[in-house]
Design a protein around this ligand. Structure first.
Ligand SMILES: [Zn+2]
Length: 387
């Protein structure tokens, strides 16, 4: 299933604006009450919080549809739980504040009805139909289902954030696609009964951008202070993110297209294991944390699911050390992987991608596992795509 959120700017009349203002302030009080109860009695169960507060809120806000109370409970619990989680980690955490609440959570079956071009919403003054302008980006969601929504106030403007969902039918796979994400490349191993193919997607540009902006940030930190520093840092971070994202987006699109064209199931490593794979030095630490592994995995996953190929995740232990031909564990040295037992040699990232694919238990045996021969190795195709 795919889900995506889209934003629409509402165009309420003056009268509707007043109703929305009333709704926002009432909703704030509801969440505030729920939050107070949750905190004073240390409640994290939705059922218990609901039981303790519903009657009172129902009396106080009798003109409002009761489902606002349900979603206020949800919002308050979310705030309280994240506060509890944070205060376990740090010594001082500011208690959740209702001032930060800028949205009303809507429940999709009772509180709003989304139409293309207008929103019908249940309020204390009956149902309102508020128009909004449709933009080009929204066209892709026609035919999707509306899953949930949030009414957001930003200054004097009101926005509707709608989450759309679409169920995508999974397609039959003819093989596997091992995906190894690295700093400078994403390496793919396409493994099918009749062939094996390697593709290196060069994303080194993303690394150079990151390095360049890291230096730029350092120099800003040395030379400026206060507000100027904050403004410059924010500006360059935005620019960096935007440029890196464009490359990752392009790379993940190429990967999803390969998955669809070859009809193979993407296999990626569980990110928890990534630290084991990359050596842990202090300098490495920064590089590791600035690497958008999660982002690129998410993007690959989304784009593959869109095309009917849902990825699987495996535990990446030993994927960079194991020989895909004989199973011997070797320590990779430099860019080339060399097996001391069977003599197999290849680019270390290709070996990792191959092992990642091979880790997934498939319905039929993998073609190359033990019987890979010199002849087969010669047939291996290598492609490099620059992003
Ligand atoms: Zn070997």
């Amino acid at each position: 299933m795919l889900t995506e959120t889209c934003k629409f700017k509402l165009e309420p009349t003056e009268e509707q604006r007043k109703v929305l203002e009333g709704l926002f302030s009432a909703y704030r009080s509801m969440v505030e009450e729920c939050l107070k109860s949750a905190m004073s009695m240390n409640i994290t169960s939705r059922k218990r919080l609901h039981e303790s507060i519903y009657g009172e809120l129902r009396r106080r806000f009798r003109d409002y549809p009761s489902h606002y109370i349900y979603t206020a409970v949800t919002v308050a619990l979310g705030m309280y739980k994240s506060y509890r989680r944070l205060s376990r980690k740090r010594s001082y955490v500011k208690p959740p504040s209702i001032e930060l609440l800028k949205a009303v959570l809507l429940d999709d079956t009772h509180l709003f009805w989304f139409n293309w071009g207008s929103l019908k919403i249940a309020t204390h003054k009956g149902h309102l139909t508020i128009p909004f302008r449709l933009h080009e980006h929204a066209e892709k969601f026609r035919g999707w289902q509306v899953k949930g929504s949030r009414l957001v106030r930003d200054g004097d403007e009101y926005y509707l954030h709608v989450t759309f969902k679409k169920v995508v039918e999974e397609k039959e796979c003819e093989g596997l696609l091992g995906i190894d994400v690295n700093e400078k490349s994403v390496d793919l191993a396409i493994i099918k009964p009749d062939k094996i193919k390697f593709v290196k997607i060069d994303i080194s540009e993303a690394k150079y951008i990151r390095d360049r902006y890291f230096k730029k940030r350092q120099s800003i930190q040395r030379r400026t202070r206060g507000e100027v520093r904050a403004r410059l840092l924010a500006k360059y971070s935005r620019r960096e993110r935007w440029r890196v994202d464009a490359i990752l987006h392009k790379a993940s699109k190429v990967i999803a297209e390969i998955a669809a064209e070859e009809k193979v199931k993407p296999v990626m490593e569980n990110l928890k294991n990534i630290r084991e794979r990359i050596k842990y030095r202090r300098r490495m630490n920064r590089r590791l944390h600035s690497m958008p592994f999660r982002k690129i995995q998410f993007s690959i996953s989304y784009k593959s699911i869109e095309r009917g190929y849902k990825p699987e995740y495996i535990d990446a232990r030993n994927t960079s050390r194991m020989c895909p031909i004989c199973g011997e564990l070797n320590k990779p040295n430099g860019h080339i992987y060399k097996c001391r037992r069977c003599g197999f040699q290849a680019d270390r990232h290709i070996v990792a991608a191959w092992n990642i694919a091979a880790k997934l238990p498939m319905c039929r045996p993998l073609p190359l596992a033990a019987k890979a021969t010199e002849a087969l190795k010669a047939e291996v195709e290598r492609i490099v795509i620059k992003c």
